[in-house]
Design a protein around this ligand. Structure first.
Ligand SMILES: Nc1nc2c(ncn2[C@@H]2O[C@H](COP(=O)(O)OP(=O)(O)O)[C@@H](O)[C@H]2O)c(=O)[nH]1
Ligand SMILES: [Mg+2]
Length: 382
């Protein structure tokens, strides 16, 4: 009888202990990383998102998934689009715990991040004010205003940085900002680099289109492209890009160029032709691919400006392929369609192309780049 009583008490004690342990792990010891994707448009934000994911994993915190920041023509304030409009949350949980910013602000912020505890993190003071100035200008102000966040102070984390793969950086973050004292680290900008760090590229496999985007992409392919294989191409040629490409000669690894040239330019330097490929080279390169891929029935063109549909119709007439684009620009659906193609030709310098290339790499699907390797090397290979 007595023995039964004692074992019952011990059992209860163990149950309570393990409950407490679990409770502590999931409540008090959970730390969060928040940030504003305040730099660049979608491609840049996606690169930095992978960095933020790797960073949160490195320092053992939950990543709060920020909305995507978008800019509408003629509007001075940025627009915030919830993360899960474009991507599924669930697959990311396989890598680390995540939650959307909407959920965080509604469910957790009132208790673990009340208004008087809202400190913004930046490397050094910004804009000569002595603080992080986290809400100065667009998208900084509109981003935090979306969630009615104001900051009461700044924290400068210099000399720490986001690369948690080297120099015991993760340990230093954990030591300097323990979760019990700093449950929330809210960064003024993304805690991730642009272009994406090599070590974080593979994290793209956790980034899966929302069913809404994927269904639109599949529907377009099914209803508009002839049955059979298709090639997807990205033509980045708007006015902002023309200007950006002027810098290519003194930036051998401009923007996303490491995706084809290597992070240390192992495979050459960026050229103007790779950045803003001429009409003739585009047509020649596409024709060469179509000659090799006899099964291809159509070409899908994504572009921010000139889709060159007439040029293609003229020059590909004898090749028996049709050429298509979306009736209206829709960057995310276009990206998803490019991801579904049998072969993708992208712009090595563009982070918009880089998104597609990474996604395809995770599925072992083939991709190539405009004007890379250059045509002379191409010819030597043939
Ligand atoms: N619809 C559409 N928009 C594009 C395309 N290429 C670029 N854009 C737009 O231009 C922006 C370019 O910025 P970003 O994504 O950072 O890519 P990057 O500037 O090429 O590195 C995209 O986010 C899109 O809004 C395209 O093929 N189709
Ligand atoms: Mg950009």
């Amino acid at each position: 009888m007595r023995f039964k009583m004692i074992s019952f008490l011990i059992f209860n004690f163990l149950v309570i202990c393990s409950f407490n342990l679990v409770f502590n792990i999931y409540s008090e010891n959970v730390g969060y990383v928040l940030y504003c994707p305040c730099m660049g448009r979608f491609g840049n934000q996606a690169d930095q998102f992978l960095g933020a994911l790797g960073f949160a994993k490195g320092i053992g915190r939950t990543l709060v998934l920020p909305p995507w920041v978008e800019y509408r023509y003629g509007e001075s304030k940025s627009i915030q689009v919830p993360f899960d409009t474009y991507f599924q949350v669930e697959p990311l949980q396989e890598y680390i715990p995540v939650m959307t910013m909407e959920q965080f602000m509604e469910k957790l912020a009132p208790t673990i991040w009340p208004p008087n505890k809202r400190i913004s993190f930046c490397y050094i003071p910004r804009g000569g004010t002595g603080n992080c100035n986290a809400k100065e200008g667009s998208p900084f102000g509109p981003f935090w205003d979306t969630f009615e966040v104001d900051f009461v102070g700044s924290e400068f984390y210099e000399p720490l940085h986001y690369d948690t793969y080297h120099r015991s950086m993760a340990k230093q973050w954990i030591a300097k900002y323990p979760i019990d004292k700093w449950p929330v680290l809210a960064f003024t900008g993304a805690p991730g680099s642009f272009p994406v760090q090599l070590e974080n590229r593979h994290l793209h496999k956790y980034l899966k289109w929302s069913s809404n985007i994927l269904e639109q992409a599949e529907k377009f392919v099914k209803e508009n492209l002839p049955k059979g294989a298709f090639v997807g191409i990205h033509l980045r040629n708007g006015i902002d890009w023309m200007r950006a490409c002027e810098h290519v000669n003194h930036s051998p690894n401009l923007f996303s160029a490491p995706q084809c040239l290597g992070y240390r330019n192992e495979k050459g330097v960026a050229t103007h032709e790779m950045c803003l490929t001429s009409r003739d080279v585009i047509i020649r390169q596409l024709k060469r691919l179509l000659k090799k891929m006899k099964e291809v029935k159509s070409v899908f063109v994504a572009s921010d400006h000139n889709h060159m549909i007439e040029d293609f119709n003229k020059h590909l007439r004898r090749m028996n392929v049709s050429v298509h684009k979306l009736p209206e620009s829709n960057p995310h659906v276009e990206l998803a369609i490019l991801g579904l193609s049998n072969h993708f030709i992208g712009n090595c310098i563009s982070s918009f192309s880089a998104f597609v290339k990474r996604e395809r790499d995770t599925m072992n699907l083939p991709s190539s780049f405009w004007a890379f390797p250059n045509e002379k090397i191409f010819r030597d290979e043939l």
